[in-house]
Design a protein around this ligand. Structure first.
Ligand code: XMP
Length: 609
């Protein structure tokens, strides 16, 4: 329960919406907590207002409203978005139908003035993503706005208002950046309608988290795995600030899946933070290699890496004489949502900190995760509030399973996969012809995401131009028209022969060493050309394809722009940099083709596995 009345409860009906809403509320320096729809009503006490999120999977037309309905009795303002809007309309006697679907940028027309829309024009652009609509309103509500489709069709009840009860609903999503005045609407609700005073700061959040850690840990100890990534380093600093010396043990495991020289850098960085005494180091690279031997399926690889981590960590804990410890984790919010961790979301990929053994430990109350509400950008702010160095806090994110998810593996090539790829190549080429490009669909698959659902499909490789716009336009049309393709890459260092075939490959020390070399070349180039901080993340990926007798790997560079990693855009590298990378990476032993990933998220994920 919040201490003050300057806080908003955000009800999470699934997907990423609730967290985005909470982030947007906090941007106005107001505390936002995420509550579950079935939380008991006392959890809602003390808040100045409630926001009901949308949902990517629930339908207000079908659902019987299995959540804490008593929240509608709360004497504070409530605002619903999309599914939340429809649920509220229904609760107060309105009618929701299947139909009236809208998607994307849509023109909203306000019917009059209202404090929620203070300072905004009568016509504006909002972002829609819904199948159901509110057809009729219950007593007390009035229409505050409608939308007009490109063909002139009017969709009523895009905004519904009941000032008496202070109940409001928007069919659109003000929390996404595509809604032109969304930030202002959220600001107006939080500050004007709910009357919250801006008082939330990251420094305050830090103090609250430190207090919460002390309370949760009691007189026990915390054992935290530090990978060297931003999240676990910030978590280490936070635990370091909360716990007395001797009650925090840090363990850095060299999994053999780290970047070049990374373990050395981790040890140095933690020592600089004054956490050197607490740190233990173990080189478990051989254990991980053995565990991964012969495994090719992405989800199985993730599960094995996660479980091996726990085995290594448990053995170390025993060796160090630590018992009744809590396992600290630097899990951030997107890790949980992509793992299907929120009850209403689909598993896109199981993040490292959500594999089965960890889930069991969470259920047994043995895990503590102080960053789990935050997005990366907030973790960085928290890192700065804790006094971490700029370079450390702004390192590119690196996934828990490390290079393990950037080293694609394939079982023995099968005729069916090759035949699928060949037939898709025909379809993709027909589209590429319109752009004067060559297209070849590769006989491997990688993970992607469409409409919050996981996909595992083929990449298409384009060549024939260096014009980024043309490559992007061809990719978009291929994604739209050819089913079974979720990724597009641009070949910058072409094979000397056109015979590209899948080949069997697993996780081996040799492949990992070569990938580390390639990754270092890419990182150095980004730093040298002052692109490192402009780009959110740049995985370097190896895909096992035999290219005539010229090489064994396709090396893909994946520079992306993103804010929260839930969506991302492929970053265009300056032509000279792309050319330089093509040249340097072709020199890495084993590399036969070099390509740049053109795919946004969705339909591709940032990592290939
Ligand atoms: P995707 O590939 O899902 O990645 O678009 C989104 C962000 O999450 C990172 N990532 C992970 N981080 N454990 C992590 O801690 C994981 O298992 C994991 N998988 C992906 C990825 O690097 C990107 O920043």
């Amino acid at each position: 329960m919040p201490q003050t009345h300057d806080a908003i409860a955000v009800v999470d009906f699934g997907g990423q919406y609730a967290h985005l809403i909470a982030t947007k509320v906090r941007e106005h320096r107001v505390r936002a907590d995420i509550l579950q729809p079935e939380d008991p009503i006392d959890r809602f006490a003390g808040y100045s207002g409630v926001i009901l999120s949308g949902s990517p999977s629930l339908s207000a037309h079908d659902e019987d409203g299995d959540y804490t309905k008593a929240l509608y009795e709360l004497p504070v303002p409530i605002l619903g978005f999309c599914f939340g809007h429809q649920e509220m309309a229904k609760h107060y006697g309105g009618r929701v139908i299947h139909g009236g679907q809208e998607w994307g940028h849509t023109k909203l027309v306000l019917t009059g003035e209202h404090p929620l829309f203070a300072g905004q024009p009568q016509e504006q652009v909002v972002w829609m993503s819904h199948f159901d609509s509110v057809e009729a309103l219950g007593a007390g509500f009035r229409e505050g706005g409608y939308t007009v489709a490109d063909d002139g069709a009017i969709h009523h009840n895009a905004v519904i208002l009941d000032d008496q009860r202070r109940r409001y609903g928007f069919q659109f999503h003000p929390e996404v950046d595509d809604t032109q005045f969304g930030d202002q609407m959220i600001r107006n609700f939080v500050l004007e309608i709910c009357g919250c005073r801006p008082s939330w700061t990251m420094a305050r959040y830090k103090d609250e988290q430190i207090a919460a850690i002390r309370q949760a840990v009691g007189d026990r100890s915390v054992f935290l795995l530090v990978s060297g990534g931003v999240d676990s380093t910030v978590a280490a600093a936070l635990f370091g600030a909360a716990l007395p010396a001797g009650r925090l043990r840090l363990l850095h495991v060299d999994t053999g899946l780290m970047r070049k020289n990374e373990s050395r850098q981790v040890i140095d960085a933690l020592s600089e933070l004054g956490l050197g005494e607490a740190l233990h180091f173990v080189d478990a690279s051989q254990t991980f290699l053995r565990a991964l031997s012969g495994v090719t399926d992405p989800e199985t690889k993730r599960a094995i890496i996660g479980k091996t981590f726990v085995d290594v960590f448990t053995a170390q804990a025993a060796e160090l004489g630590i018992s009744d410890h809590l396992l600290g984790q630097g899990t951030i919010y997107p890790d949980t949502i992509e793992s299907g961790g929120s009850k209403r979301s689909h598993t896109i990929k199981t993040h490292h900190n959500r594999v089965a053994v960890i889930e069991e430990m969470i259920a047994a109350g043995k895990v503590i995760e102080p960053l789990v509400e935050l997005y990366k950008v907030e973790v960085r702010q928290l890192g700065e509030a804790l006094g971490l160095s700029h370079d450390l806090v702004w390192r590119h994110p690196f996934p828990g399973p490390g290079l393990g998810v950037r080293l694609l593996c394939t079982p023995a090539p099968d005729d069916q996969t090759q035949a699928d790829a060949d037939s898709l190549s025909g379809e993709a080429q027909a589209i590429a012809n319109q752009f004067g490009l060559q297209a070849q669909v590769l006989p491997v698959r990688s993970v992607g995401v469409k409409a919050d659902i996981r996909s595992y499909e083929h990449p298409v490789m384009l060549s024939g131009t260096s014009d980024w716009q043309r490559l992007q336009a061809a990719s978009s049309l291929i994604f739209k028209t050819v089913r079974g393709i979720n990724r597009s890459i641009w070949c910058i260092a072409p094979p000397k022969t056109s015979a590209v075939r899948a080949r069997a490959a697993g996780v081996t020390a040799l492949r990992l060493d070569r990938l580390r070399e390639a990754d270092q070349i890419v990182t150095d180039a980004l730093r040298r050309h002052r692109l490192y901080e402009k780009i959110w993340q740049c995985p370097t990926v190896f895909v096992p394809l035999s290219v005539g007798d010229q090489g064994e790997e396709l090396c893909v560079v994946r520079p992306v722009l993103s804010e929260r990693a839930m969506t991302a855009k492929a970053a265009e590298l300056p032509p000279a940099v792309a050319e330089e990378l093509g040249h340097q990476l072709s020199e890495v032993p084993g590399v036969g083709i070099v390509a740049i990933d053109l795919t946004s998220k969705p339909p591709g994920t940032i990592e290939w596995e």
